[in-house]
Design a binder for this molecule. Sequence first.
Ligand code: URA
Length: 231
Amino acid sequence: MKLRRLDQILSSLGYATRRGAAAFVQEGRVKLDGEVVDRHDLRVDITKVTIDDEPLEAPDGFFALFHKPVGYTCTHSEDEGETIYDLLPPRWPERNPAVTSIGRLDKESSGLLLLTDQGALVQRYTSPKFKLEKVYEATVDHDLDESLVEIFASGELMLKSDDKPCLPASLEILEPRLARVIITEGRYHQVRRMFASQGWQVESLHRTRVGPFDLDGLAVGEWRLMDVPKI
Ligand code: URA
């Protein structure tokens, strides 16, 4: 059994700063084996600690699905208006390592975002070599043309200022102005730019699936904690 200092646990999981941990403990919110703890420097078995009578949140690694609404950016910077972190528990970005999104959705897009504190998972899932499928529904400004299916699938579609063509992508026309697009890369504003390169403007963009994960009943703004996927 591995023992760790309580103040270190509280700060690494984002509940309190290392300095604030003493006050946090004094508030009587922390219990060990059901008994209120009064010392922040106690070395404890992490599995026996509760906060506000709840077990510690994701002590062995964090992974969550989040349904991002339109109008929020995926950044930790505070200079870019409202961010997804304004919608999430403040302790998540305060964890060490911090919770961050795996890839991004642009401000005007909605849908599934994966969140984690596992750097290796971010690396793996965002690597173009890993070819993780991302599924989008895009509504466009005028009727779609069947020719786009072949162009998107060709592996030859070049985007302005990129030096390599996009990897083959799947496009399915669901309605005259609605398409399902599956890409395996994550270039800047990729889906919008793929359509724009052919003369279509994307008016709304929604991500429904990333790899094996989908929104599965998550309402806009909701999240679900999950086990960290094995990679
Ligand atoms: N493509 C886009 O254009 N925007 C996103 O947010 C994701 C993919």
